[in-house]
Ligand binder design. Sequence first.
Ligand code: SAM
Length: 290
Amino acid sequence: MRSQNFVDNKPLIYLVSTPIGNLSEFSPRAIEVISDCDLIACEDTRNTAKLLSFFNISKPLVSLREHNEVSESLNIIEQINSRGIKVVYVSDAGYPCISDPGAKLVELALQNGINVSTVSGPNAALNALVASGLPCDHFYFHGFLDPKNKVQKDELRKLSTKEETLIFYEAPHRIMDALENMYEILGDRKACLARELTKKFEEFIRLPLSEMVQLDPNTLKGEMVVIVEGKTKEDNPTLTDEEIIKMVNDVIATGVSTKDAIKKVSELTKINKNQIWIILDINYLLLTKM
Ligand code: SAM
């Protein structure tokens, strides 16, 4: 399906990015589009009311968040189609849909013949990435890791083979556990913790994960993004998966457990233990699927 937002005379919902800290980042175009709309659907009406009052804008607000996203989206779509009202969607900060509600509204709007456009603005992940000093040509946005330790470690194991720079959102009360899991599973990679972006106490902490885990948790307050280097090709360029598996099997043949064999091979090759487990797992899966 092709649709031209400003040529076709179809109804349109705007997704408007809002400031992640510094209110001056609310653009003139965002103010113009919001001032011209009939209804603002938002994640939290109290938050959006505060933002609007700062810019002296008064508009009807309706809450559209995770728990009512489908029913309220359908309600809004019905009003657009029956009364032709102009609707804007904003989340609490940054882009809607990015670790925030909005994606269901977009999906349902498109299914119901309503176009979707955007008003550009801040996004914590991109602000952190571009100033991190880590490669920006290819990156993978993961957002929040699962708070449950075991699930989080499984997520990190899956991410450990990605060569793209990794982007995580994290809450201050979970940051130390997350950094420790990253160090354990991803190894000692370069990283950058970007805190309080665009605000008075904005800080970039650019350290390897081995040093990041030594930081005083009391100094890691506020909102934060963690950027971690992707898997580097130099991890061990001379060894193939087959050679690593053979080394592990050779050590097991001397009478030690798989766990100890992996530890030994990790010491010899400087390849992270978890990485070796993943190589064994992947190859085991491939063999059992054949
Ligand atoms: N939609 C937002 C965006 O486009 O960036 C993200 C919303 S998500 C619910 C909130 C998370 O984004 C925070 O927990 C933090 O990880 C990150 N974040 C938001 N504002 C930030 C800021 N000013 N500095 C650092 N991280 C921020």
